[in-house]
Design a protein around this ligand. Structure first.
Ligand code: FAD
Length: 290
C-alpha cells in the first residue's frame, strides 16, 4: 500500500530537529526505525503533514553507563542494544526482552526510543521500563526534562511527551548484586506481539527477597505494575506457596481487554501462570549475579 502524500524533513542535528518540531507541533511525526509508523501511514491510521526523519541524528545513538545508571540513546537500534555487552551485564532484564521483539529484520531498523515513544501496551520494552522505573529524557527548544516511567505511559499509544518534545534518551538503573530477572510472554508465534507479557526483576540476599518488581504487557492500555504482589514478596523466602499467592494478588484486580487473540478470562489465566513461572526463573538466576 502506498504512503499518503507527506512532507519530508531530514535534520542533521538535534537542534535542527527541535526547530522543526517547534514549527510543526502536532502536524509532525518523527520517523525513527519506521517499523510502527510506516505501517500506520500505509493504513491511513496516522496522517501527519510532515515526517521528521531523525535517522541522521547519530548523537542520539549509543549506550553508556555512569553513576549506577545505563543511558540508552533514543536512536539506538534494538539489535544494537541486544548485542551490547554493557546492557547484558547491567540491565539483564532488557537483554532478555529485546530478542522477543518481532524478528531480526525489524530489530535491525527499530529503535529503543521508537518503541518507548510508540508505547504499544503489548510491547516488551514499555513493560521493562515500567518494571525498572526507567527515566525518559525529553528535549524541546525550551529545554530538557526527565519523566519517570510511572508518568510516561498515559494511555493506548499515548505518552506524556509534549508535541514539541523529542525523546532523546532513556535511563535505566543498573542491576545490583543478587538481582534475578525473567521476561515471560505468550504469543501466537515467535516474533508476534505478546498476548500477555511479564517483566520480573527481584533481588535475593541471604535467601530472602528484597526488592521485587513485576510489570505486565498486554493487559491494559498501559504497562501495569503488580504493586500488591511486590509488597507481598518483599522480605519473604521464595516458596511455591508464596509465588501462588503473589500470582493471585498480581491478577485479582486486572480487567484485561478482549480481542481476537484472547478473552479477558484467558489473559488472566495466562498472567497467573506467567507470574509463577517468572518468579521461579528470576529466583533461580539471582544466584548468578553476586
Ligand atoms: C512485523 C512486525 C512485528 C513487530 N513485533 C513487535 C513485537 O513483538 N514487540 C514490539 O515491541 N514491537 C514489535 N514491532 C514494532 C517494533 O519494535 C518497532 O521498532 C517499534 O515499535 C517502533 O520503533 P521504530 O524505531 O521503528 O519507531 P517508528 O515506527 O519510526 O516510530 C514509532 C512512533 O514513535 C515516534 N517516535 C520515534 N522515535 C521518537 C523519538 N525519539 N521521540 C519522539 N517520538 C518518537 C514516531 O513519531 C512514531 O509515532 C513489530 C513491528 C513489525 C513491523
Amino acid at each position: 500500500m502506498k504512503l499518503p502524500p507527506v512532507d519530508y524533513e531530514a535534520p542533521k542535528t538535534v537542534s535542527e530537529a527541535l526547530e522543526l518540531l517547534t514549527e510543526h507541533q502536532d502536524e509532525a511525526s518523527m520517523l525513527a526505525g519506521g517499523q510502527s509508523l510506516i505501517p500506520l501511514l500505509a493504513l491511513r491510521l496516522a496522517r501527519p503533514a510532515v515526517l521528521i526523519d531523525i535517522n541522521g541524528l547519530s548523537e542520539l545513538a549509543g549506550v553508556s553507563a555512569d553513576d549506577g545508571w545505563v543511558r540508552i540513546g533514543a536512536m539506538t537500534r534494538e539489535y544494537v542494544a541486544e548485542e551490547s555487552a554493557l546492557i547484558a551485564d547491567a540491565v539483564p532484564l532488557l537483554a532478555a526482552a529485546l530478542p522477543l521483539i518481532g524478528h531480526e529484520a525489524i530489530r535491525s531498523r527499530g529503535t529503543v526510543g521508537g518503541s518507548l515513544a510508540h508505547a504499544d501496551p503489548a510491547a516488551e520494552l514499555p513493560a521493562v521500563a515500567r518494571a525498572l522505573d526507567a527515566e525518559f529524557v525529553v528535549r524541546s527548544a525550551s529545554g530538557e526534562r526527565v519523566i519517570p516511567a510511572a508518568d510516561w505511559f498515559e494511555g493506548y499509544l499515548t505518552t506524556s511527551r509534549r508535541v514539541d518534545e523529542l525523546l532523546v534518551e532513556v535511563r535505566v538503573p543498573a542491576a545490583g548484586p543478587g538481582t534475578g530477572i525473567s521476561f515471560q510472554e505468550v504469543a501466537r508465534r515467535h516474533g508476534d506481539f505478546a498476548i500477555v507479557g511479564l517483566a520480573v526483576s527481584l533481588t535475593i540476599s541471604g535467601g530472602v527477597i528484597g526488592d521485587a518488581r513485576l510489570a505486565f504487557a498486554g493487559l491494559s492500555d498501559v504497562p501495569v505494575r503488580a504493586g500488591d504482589a511486590e509488597d507481598l514478596l518483599a522480605g519473604e523466602r521464595p516458596s511455591a506457596e508464596l509465588f501462588e499467592e503473589a500470582a493471585r494478588r498480581a491478577t485479582e484486580d486486572l480487567d484485561p481487554p478482549a480481542d481476537l487473540h484472547g478473552s479477558p478470562e484467558y489473559r488472566k489465566k495466562v498472567a497467573t501462570a506467567l507470574v509463577r513461572r517468572g518468579l521461579r526463573a528470576a529466583v533461580d538466576n539471582a544466584g548468578e549475579r553476586q
